[in-house]
Design a protein around this ligand. Structure first.
Ligand code: ASP
Length: 327
């Protein structure tokens, strides 16, 4: 069979990290060039013809809107290039879920787009990056990865860009989709896709048809028992949108409730939860005046991205709420 042509876009992260030889801790993310990483995995060239783009070499905490916009443009160029069959993006794991979700909502792509990263730097004993990259390339070559939305591979597991979340701060098995499981798994280069995403993604979304260089500004307000109402007021007056990372099912104190219920400005407010599992729905108790939009299954960091995209289309409360149900 003819080998597929896969382009690897490198953005940095621990997968390109360098530290004391053999150690996993205290390393510098984003130091190795992607070509050096590819050369350290000779068998990867048996899978596909590879082309590499060193787009950035940063810790993923330094990704953000301007870099997402550029990454999106490059993916669109590769989508149009008939000599490219799939895209792999190497990325730091700290914010991988944010980039994956952003791309999953905004790419007008049908070709496979697979993100991967690693928890151990390239110089560690049993570095996990080479296997993750090898499997990401194998997945990007796979027919069933077409039109599946943005995917991620970490630790033999295939995740949807909509749902994956970093759930462990240092172990190699650092991602989970929580109560909804994964899309499938891998054994070496063998792909076992079990589920396909049900929610709209990539070319199916309204956002994939939009051109933009920037998006409305949305911040996250983290709720705890003594959250400062004045800080909330400040944020409401400063940003186009605000996501509350509430307690439990998107809850907060009466002081916070009072600020929300008397607020008369233009900031759109979404209620998410700081709890890893479960969902946030409309609440007659905490939000009887329906000032906020429930985030449903989305974490605060993903709700922020969806709200930025939604606000770029409309300020209408009900339409934005429908986006949170639709995507
Ligand atoms: N701080 C690193 C990053 O996100 C962590 C990692 O890649 O695992 O770039």
């Amino acid at each position: 069979m003819n080998k597929k042509n896969i382009t690897i876009i490198a953005t940095g992260g621990t997968i390109a990290g360098r530290g004391s030889v053999g150690k996993s801790a205290n390393y510098q993310a984003g130091t190795f060039d992607v070509e050096e990483i590819v050369q350290s995995i000779p068998q990867i060239r048996d899978l596909a013809n590879l082309n590499t783009i060193q787009l950035y070499n940063v810790d993923s905490n330094d990704m953000g809107m301007d870099k997402w916009v550029e990454l999106r443009k490059i993916c669109h160029e590769l989508e149009k290039n008939r000599y490219v069959d799939g895209i792999v993006i190497t990325h730091g794991t700290d914010t991988l879920e944010e980039t994956a979700f952003f791309l999953n909502l905004t790419l007008a792509c049908h070709k496979p787009v697979v993100l991967t990263g690693s928890m151990r730097p390239a110089t560690a004993t049993s570095a996990d990056g080479p296997m993750n990259l090898y499997q990401a390339v194998a997945l990007a070559c796979h027919m069933e990865a077409w039109q599946a939305g943005v995917l991620a591979v970490i630790s033999d597991t295939i995740y949807s860009g909509r749902d994956l979340q970093k759930t462990n701060s240092y172990k190699t098995d650092a991602f989970k989709m929580g109560e909804f499981g994964s899309l499938g798994y891998m054994r070496d280069d063998h792909v076992y896709l079990l589920n396909s995403p049900f929610k709209k993604h990539t070319f199916q979304t309204i956002f994939s048809k939009m051109e933009f260089e920037d998006l409305p500004k949305v911040e996250i307000f983290y709720v705890h028992t003594d959250s400062d109402p004045e800080l909330l007021e400040y944020m409401l007056n400063k940003y186009d949108g605000l996501v509350l990372a509430g307690t439990g099912s998107g809850n907060y104190s009466t002081k916070i409730k009072d600020v929300l219920e008397t607020y008369a400005g233009n900031c759109t407010i979404v209620r998410a939860s700081r709890v890893l599992e479960g969902a946030v729905f409309d609440s007659d108790v905490f939000d009887s005046k329906k000032v906020t939009i429930p985030a449903y299954k989305f974490s605060a960091q993903k709700a922020r991205i969806l709200l930025m995209l939604a606000l770029n289309c409309t300020k209408n409360h009900e339409t934005i709420k429908s986006f949170f149900q639709e995507y």
